[in-house]
Ligand binder design. Sequence first.
Ligand code: HRE
Length: 101
Amino acid sequence: GSGSSCRALPGEESRSLLPKASLLQILRDGGAQEKVFTLKEVMHYLGQYIIVKELYDKQRQHIVHCQDDPLGELMEVESFSVKNPSPVYEMLKRNLFNLNV
Ligand SMILES: COc1nc(N(C)C)ncc1-n1nc2c(c1C(C)C)[C@H](c1ccc(C#N)cc1)N(c1cc(Cl)c[nH]c1=O)C2=O
């Protein structure tokens, strides 16, 4: 980074996350056209992907079933709750390069 102590204003954070190929395809299916993202954008397109493909449980809508979906390959779980962020962030650690380091 520039080494300055001041932080970008919210929403001005620089795009510095480069998804690996299989995550990028999922973000594309969620409507992304970029190649480099902010974390907020990655979460947005992942969310769109889940909603558009209706991967959520119709009865318990905070549960995402991904065992038969490319998302499940990345998440390495068959299902997860949107209330528990850790599997999502673990997956992102495995599938994003941070260019700002
Ligand atoms: C099944 O989910 C939903 N279903 C409904 N229905 C009406 C059926 N409405 C909202 C949600 N929903 N709640 C949350 C999220 C969503 C959608 C956008 C998937 C996002 C989110 C969750 C997982 C990933 C991944 N891979 C990416 C984003 N999310 C977040 C999860 C995390 Cl870890 C951080 N920030 C978030 O906004 C939530 O809390």
